[in-house]
Design a protein around this ligand. Structure first.
Ligand SMILES: [Zn+2]
Length: 98
């Protein structure tokens, strides 16, 4: 079975089987990460995956899972954050509605 070496922030260098690893590609192009649970301490880990590692996983039948953020998430990011003025406006609207 193919083993991959990685690091656990608690245990140091560890050996993983490909089944232990989940490769996650962000659908909005923010990069690909691999994640796993350390077999020794049970800690969840995530690290950026470079193109070579992604190819390696693909060749071994473990292509990345594409993670698409909800549309609302993107739309919300284009709006400026709520300000005090927005809250005051909302407050006045609510007052008028009484
Ligand atoms: Zn560990």
């Amino acid at each position: 079975m193919v083993r991959v070496k990685s690091r656990c922030w608690r245990c140091g260098e560890i050996s993983l089987s490909l089944q232990d690893i989940i490769l996650v590609e962000h659908g909005d192009g923010e990069g690909t990460f691999y994640t796993f649970i350390c077999g020794t301490c049970g800690g969840a880990q995530a690290y950026p995956a470079d193109a070579r590692f992604v190819d390696f996983m693909r060749m071994n039948g473990a292509p990345p899972v594409i993670l698409n953020p909800p549309i609302e998430y993107k739309e919300a990011r284009e709006e400026p954050p709520l300000s005090w003025d927005d809250l005051l406006d909302l407050h006045l609207l609510l007052e008028e509605g009484r």
